[in-house]
Design a protein around this ligand. Structure first.
Ligand SMILES: *Cc1c(COP(=O)(O)O)cnc(C)c1O
Length: 397
């Protein structure tokens, strides 16, 4: 069948593909330890589940307003005020079917052929393809591991051209776990002031920060940029709600109206029951979020230490999210069973075959001499998986 150039220009999400492959091998009886998952391994908090059950029992199971119910918009407005010191009204909030859907909608209403969108690398796998689908061009802004994978303000400035429409900022970052301090974020924001470039601030890992690090996004440190920023966030990562599919955008009313119009012609409203659950997630007790983050921090400490103990691997300690992004530069070119392992994909395939461990090749995030491991898995799995990776590396020559 002839398919459009548009759909042929993108690839399936590689992280989802590897997770599916690991699941398939498990179903065949192989004892696979998965470091691929991009979702918390914790259960959705009970108060949130109960709110959903109440919504079902109350018959809250019909279409809602396309951009979300007022009760949820108000809960989001309250959260943005409380956590980020940012004030919005209901016309500036649109709720979608997950933050990925929010990002997709934003790209559709903001970008077109001839536009350029700056995407810092290592980047989340979906950003380039979401941009490509609009006809716009992703401009990859390389960051170096020697600079802690942080955008240098001068490099951001140099990347901005005539056609630059927006820059996507994701802190804490997937895949690197890097988070910008308020002072660092302010330096980036200052580069953008007066340039007319939009900021898409993907704050999905806002709650998952370590070592007492405070969260910062562009509009919270630089009020002058608020009218040129769309904040994107959701419940998936903060409240272990990936399957519920609720994300949202907060930003200029004209952009939000356009997103809502687009949504009215494709998904209509996000799931009514999940909206009620999200109200409870945002307004209810946040103790579970803190418990989850403490556990992630312990795991981060262990996985970083174990990776750095493997000759040929070096790993920075990330400040947030639940990923590590170790360098395997010291391993590329090694041989195993007559085959030269030259790329991160070769290494990921080798680790899956030899060690029964699923990891994501760094090439998918724009850095082929790295791997991404998610530590959203139990401490026992981390210890066992790292034993296996260590042994597999020692076997290569
Ligand atoms: C997980 C993730 C999202 C999207 O999450 P949803 O489940 O669609 O809300 C967005 N951005 C990044 C960087 C992510 O890792």
């Amino acid at each position: 069948m002839k398919l459009t150039d548009r759909i042929n220009a993108i690839k399936p999400s590689p992280t989802l593909a590897i997770t599916m492959k690991a699941n398939a091998l498990r179903a065949e009886g192989r004892d696979i330890i998965g470091f691929g998952a991009g979702e918390p391994d914790f259960d959705t908090p009970d108060n949130v589940k109960q709110a959903a059950i109440r919504a079902i029992e109350a018959g809250f199971t019909k279409y809602t307003p396309v951009g979300g119910i007022d009760e949820l918009k108000d809960a989001i407005i309250g959260k943005l005020e409380r956590d980020n010191g940012l004030s919005y009204n209901r016309t500036q909030i649109a709720v979608s079917c997950g933050a990925k859907h929010t990002l997709y909608n934003l790209a559709q209403v903001l970008f077109e052929e001839g536009d350029e969108v700056i995407i810092p690398s290592p980047y989340w796998v979906s950003y380039p393809d979401i941009v490509i689908l609009t006809g716009a061009k992703p401009v990859i802004l390389e960051t170096k591991s020697s600079e802690g994978f942080k955008i240098q303000p001068a490099h951001l400035e140099a990347a901005i051209g005539e056609r630059t429409r927006a820059v996507i900022i994701n802190s804490p970052s997937n895949p690197s776990g890097v988070a910008y301090s308020p002072a660092e974020m302010e330096k980036l924001a200052n580069v953008l002031v007066g340039k007319g470039v939009l900021v898409i601030s993907d704050d999905i890992y806002e709650k998952i920060l370590y070592d007492g690090m405070p969260f910062a996004n562009v509009p919270s440190v630089c009020p002058a940029m608020k009218d040129l920023t769309v904040v994107v966030n959701g419940l998936s990562k903060s409240h272990a709600m990936t399957g519920w599919r609720i994300g949202y955008a907060a930003g200029p009313a004209d952009i939000i109206a356009a997103v809502t119009k687009l949504q009215s012609q494709n998904t209509s409203n996000p799931n009514s029951i999940a909206q009620k659950a999200s109200v409870e997630a945002l307004n209810g007790d946040q103790a579970v979020v803190i418990t989850m983050v403490r556990e992630f921090e312990k795991r981060r400490n262990v996985i970083v230490e174990r990776l750095n103990a493997i000759p040929g691997i070096t790993c920075m300690a990330p400040q947030g999210a639940f990923y590590v992004f170790p360098s395997i530069a010291g391993l590329l070119g090694r041989k195993q069973g007559g085959k030269v392992l030259t790329t991160s994909a070769d290494w990921a395939a080798y680790l899956l075959e030899e060690a029964n461990v699923a990891v994501i090749p760094g090439g998918e995030f724009g850095h082929d001499d790295h791997l991404r491991l998610s530590y959203a898995t139990s401490m026992a799995n981390i210890e066992k998986g790292l034993d296996r990776i260590h042994a597999a590396v020692m076997k290569s020559k």
